[in-house]
Design a protein around this ligand. Structure first.
Ligand code: FPP
Length: 246
C-alpha cells in the first residue's frame, strides 16, 4: 500500500520517490549581478530538465517545492514574478507533459491563487492524468502544517456528519485526506544551497526519508548532481526504526 513502509525503496536501489527543496535561486542571481527573479527563471528551467533526468534515471515520483505558504511574505514584485513563472510553467506544461508522458499534480491550497492560475492547474492536471510516465507533484501555496490541519478538518467534518467515527482513524485513513494521498512517501529528500532544514515541506511524509544536502545552488543543479544524490541514497542503511539484519 502506498503509505506502508514496505512501499518505500530499500537501500542500494534507485529511490522511487524523490522530493526536492529548490533553494539558492536568489544567491545564484546575486553572484551574477542579476535580479533575484532571473534566478527563479533559471530555477524553473532546471526543474523542467530534472523531470526528464529523474525519469531517465528510474525515479517514478518527483515532488518539488515551488511556493510555500510562507513565501507570500516576500516582496510583492518577487511574489508577482514567481506567480508569473508558475502561470507560464502550467501553460507550457500542457504540451510538455504529453510529450514526456508526465502526470502533473499540484499539492497545496490552490484556492488562494488567482482564478486563471487555478484554471490552468486544473486543466494541466486533467490533460496529464492519462500519462503513465513520471508522477510529478508541484507544491504551490503548500505548507506541511497547513496540509495536516486541512486533513484533520476534513476528517472532523466527516465525523460531525456521521460518515466517519473517531475510532476509525489510523495512519492509512488519515493519509487519504492529504494532498499526496495515494503517493508513496518520499525515499529521498534533496535540499540545495547548503541550508539544512525542511522548512515545512512534507513533514508527515518525510518521517523516514533519507536527507541529502548539497551546497550546489538550485540553478546549477543538474543530472550529475542528481546522480550523486542517488549514489548517496544507495549507500544508506534504511532501518525504519528497526535494526540491521546480519
Ligand atoms: C528558493 O530560492 C526558491 C524558491 C522560493 C522558489 C522556487 C521556485 C522556482 C525554482 C521557480 C518556479 C518553479 C517552477 C516549477 C515554475 P531563494 O529565493 O530562497 O534563494 P536564496 O535563498 O538564495 O535567496
Amino acid at each position: 500500500m502506498a503509505f506502508s513502509k514496505k512501499a518505500e525503496t530499500p537501500a542500494g536501489a534507485v529511490p522511487k520517490h524523490v522530493a526536492i527543496i529548490m533553494d539558492g535561486n536568489g544567491r545564484w542571481a546575486k553572484k551574477r549581478f542579476l535580479p533575484r527573479n532571473a534566478g527563479h527563471a533559471q530555477g524553473s528551467r532546471v526543474a523542467e530538465q530534472i523531470c526528464e533526468d529523474a525519469w531517465n534515471l528510474g525515479i517514478e515520483y518527483l515532488t518539488i517545492y515551488a511556493f510555500s505558504t510562507e513565501n507570500w511574505a516576500r516582496p510583492k514584485d518577487e511574489v508577482d514574478a514567481l506567480m508569473k513563472l508558475l502561470r507560464k510553467y502550467m501553460k507550457d506544461s500542457i504540451a510538455r507533459s504529453s510529450k514526456n508522458n508526465m502526470r502533473v499534480h499540484v499539492i497545496g491550497d490552490i484556492s488562494a491563487l488567482d482564478e486563471d492560475l487555478q484554471e490552468s492547474i486544473r486543466k494541466l492536471e486533467e490533460v496529464s492524468s492519462v500519462n503513465t510516465g513520471l508522477k510529478f507533484q508541484v507544491a504551490i501555496n503548500y505548507g506541511g502544517r497547513d496540509e495536516i490541519l486541512r486533513a484533520a478538518k476534513a476528517f472532523a467534518t466527516e465525523c460531525a456528519n456521521g460518515t466517519k467515527k473517531p475510532e476509525d482513524l489510523n495512519e492509512a485513513l488519515f493519509y487519504s485526506y492529504f494532498d499526496t494521498a495515494g503517493i508513496p512517501y518520499p525515499d529521498l529528500m534533496i535540499r540545495t544551497s547548503g541550508e539544512m532544514r525542511t522548512s515545512n515541506f512534507l513533514p508527515w511524509q518525510l518521517a523516514y526519508t533519507e536527507f541529502y544536502f548539497t551546497d550546489v545552488l538550485w540553478p546549477d543543479f543538474n543530472k550529475k548532481e542528481l546522480q550523486k544524490a542517488i549514489a548517496y541514497y544507495a549507500g544508506r542503511d534504511r532501518r525504519f526504526g528497526g535494526v540491521t539484519e546480519e
